[in-house]
Design a protein around this ligand. Structure first.
Ligand code: S3P
Length: 448
C-alpha cells in the first residue's frame, strides 16, 4: 500500500520495540536440536522470524503459547525429508541457518523463498557445508530452491572469506546437528548471538580472541610494534560433544529497528528513548556513529539477560556532521546503512561509505535503492561499486520514494519523510512487516 508521510512538528518520547530478529531466529531454530524444552519470551511477530518458527514446527517442534511467551518442545524424531517444502519467505537468516542445521541432521528439506530471497547468493554456505560432506542441490548459480538431504558430516576448519554471521551460524548449526568439530576463524568479527545462546543454554563452544602482541621492530630494535600472531581476530571452536540443553531465552528489543528511531532523533535534534533494547557490542556500532556525527547517547538500566546485554537508550540529535565509514565499521553498521545514508542527507558535508558491497545482495540492492531515493531529494550522490558518497543538502522537499520491497529501505525513507518540506510517499509500505509490523504506529508514538 502507498503511504503518505507528512512532516512532523515535534518528536520525542519513549518506545519499546519488538524482540531482536537475529536472536529470535536462533531461538526458533535452536529448539529443533534442543534436548529439552526452550522457554522463549518476547518473540517478535515480524514475518521473517515467523518463518523460522514455522520451519521449526514443520520439522517437528511443538509450540505451546502462554501469557509469558511460548515453550518450544523439541521433536522426538524429525518430521521433514528432502522433499518437504519449507518456505523461507524473505528471510535470508532462516534459509542460511536452516540449511546448515538440516544438512547435518537426519532430516532434510526443500527450501524456497520469495523473489528477493531467490536471487540471493547461497554458495557462501553451500561451499563450506559441501566441504563437510553435505548434500545440497541448488539452482544454477547457487540460488534457491535448495534441496537438502541430511547426513552425518565431518569436521571443518574454516577461515571466513566473507564477514557473515549467517554463514558462521549455518556452519555451527551443521556441526551441532551432526556432532562434529567445527572451527571458524573470523578476520572481521560479526554478530555473535549464536555463540552467546549456545553458551547460555548449552555447552561445547569456546571463543578465543587473538590479541595483538608487542614485538621488536626489525628496522629499529629500540622500537616495538603490535602484531597479531594469527591472520584472524577470533576463533570459534564447536566441539563434537556440544549440545543444546534447553532453558529460557528472553529476547531484548531489536537494536536494528531502534536505529530508525535513533535516526529520527539525530535528524530532528530532539530526544527519543528506546527501552529494553539489545546492546550486544557486535551490534552497536551505530552508537559510535551517532556520537561521531554530533549526537548524544545515554544508556540506563544496563543488564545481561539470557547472555545478551540490554538497556534503555536515550539519543539526542545535534547538528549533523559527515563521516567516512569503511572496513570493520561498515560491517558493524551493515543493517544500519540505509538510516546512516538518510542521516547523511541531512548533514553538512560529504559522507563516504566504503566496503559495503554486501549491501548489493541484501533484501534489495541497497546501495542502488538508497542512491535512487536520495536522488529524488535532489541530493548529490555518488554510487560506488562498494559504497556511496552523499553530499548533505539543506531545506529538502518531500519526494515519492520507492521501497524496492525492502523493509529497511521503506523504514529509513519513511523517517526521512518526517523531516522534509511538504508530504512524501513510499510506494509500498508492506515490507515493514518483515521486521516490525507496527512500525508506523510506533513512529506515531514519538511524533506530533
Ligand atoms: C544476520 C546477519 C547479517 C545481517 C542480517 C541478519 C544474522 O547478515 O545483515 O540482517 O542474524 O545472522 P550476513 O550474515 O549475511 O552479513
Amino acid at each position: 500500500m502507498r503511504r503518505i508521510i507528512k512532516p512532523v512538528r515535534k518528536l520525542g518520547g519513549t518506545v519499546r520495540l519488538p524482540g531482536d530478529k537475529s536472536i529470535a531466529h536462533r531461538a526458533a531454530l535452536f529448539s529443533i536440536l534442543s534436548k529439552a524444552p526452550l522457554i522463549v519470551k518476547n518473540f517478535p511477530s515480524g514475518a521473517d522470524c515467523q518463518r523460522s518458527l514455522a520451519a521449526a514446527e514443520t520439522i517437528g517442534v511443538r509450540i505451546e503459547r502462554n501469557n509469558d511467551g511460548m515453550i518450544l518442545h523439541p521433536p522426538a524424531t524429525f518430521q521433514s525429508s528432502e522433499d518437504t517444502v519449507i518456505d523461507c519467505g524473505n528471510s535470508g537468516t532462516t534459509v542460511r541457518l536452516l540449511t546448515g542445521l538440516l544438512a547435518g541432521s537426519t532430516a532434510g528439506g526443500t527450501l524456497i523463498g520469495d523473489e528477493s530471497l531467490s536471487r540471493r547468493p547461497m554458495k557462501r554456505i553451500i561451499d563450506p557445508l559441501t566441504e563437510m560432506g553435505a548434500e545440497i542441490f541448488a539452482a544454477e548459480g547457487g540460488t534457491l530452491p535448495l534441496k537438502v538431504r541430511g547426513r552425518k558430516l565431518t569436521s571443518l576448519e574454516y577461515l571466513m572469506p566473507v564477514a557473515s554471521a549467517q554463514v558462521k551460524s549455518s556452519l555451527l548449526l551443521a556441526g551441532l546437528a551432526s556432532s562434529c568439530d567445527v572451527t571458524i576463524r573470523e578476520t572481521i568479527i560479526t554478530r555473535n548471538h549464536t555463540e552467546l545462546m549456545l553458551q547460555e543454554i548449552g555447552k561445547g563452544l569456546e571463543v578465543r580472541d587473538i590479541k595483538a602482541v608487542a614485538v621488536e621492530d626489525p628496522n629499529d630494535p629500540r622500537k616495538r610494534r603490535m602484531v597479531r600472531p594469527e591472520p584472524y581476530r577470533r576463533e570459534i571452536r564447536l566441539k563434537a560433544d556440544a549440545v543444546i540443553n534447553g532453558g529460557e531465552i528472553d529476547i531484548p528489543g531489536d537494536f536494528s529497528t531502534a536505529v530508525f528511531f535513533m535516526g529520527a532523533a539525530a535528524i530532528s535534534g530532539q530526544t527519543v528513548t528506546i527501552t529494553d533494547v539489545g546492546l550486544n557490542p557486535t551490534r552497536t556500532a551505530m552508537l559510535d556513529h551517532l556520537k561521531a556525527v554530533g549526537c548524544k547517547v545515554d544508556i540506563d538500566n544496563r543488564a545481561t539477560i539470557s547472555g545478551e546485554v540490554r538497556g534503555d537508550l536515550k539519543v539526542t540529535g545535534g547538528k549533523l556532521k559527515p563521516r567516512k565509514i569503511s572496513g570493520d565499521t561498515t560491517v558493524g553498521l551493515i543493517d544500519e546503512i540505509p538510516m546512516v545514508a538518510v542521516m547523511a542527507a541531512f548533514a553538512t558535508g560529504t559522507t563516504i561509505i566504503r566496503d559495503a558491497q554486501e549491501l548489493r545482495v541484501k533484501e534489495s540492492d541497497r546501495l542502488m535503492a538508497i542512491s535512487e531515493n536520495l536522488k529524488k531529494l535532489g541530493i548529490k550522490v555518488g554510487l560506488l561499486e562498494d559504497g556511496l558518497a552523499i553530499e548533505g543538502g539543506k531545506d529538502l522537499n518531500g519526494a515519492d520514494f520507492e521501497s524496492f520491497g525492502d523493509h529497511r529501505i521503506a523504514m529509513a525513507f519513511s523517517i526521512a519523510g518526517l523531516f522534509l518540506h511538504g508530504p512524501s510517499s513510499i510506494d509500498d509500505d508492506s515490507s515493514v512487516s518483515v521486521s516490525c509490523p507496527d512500525f508506523y504506529k510506533l513512529v506515531d508514538q514519538v511524533t506530533q
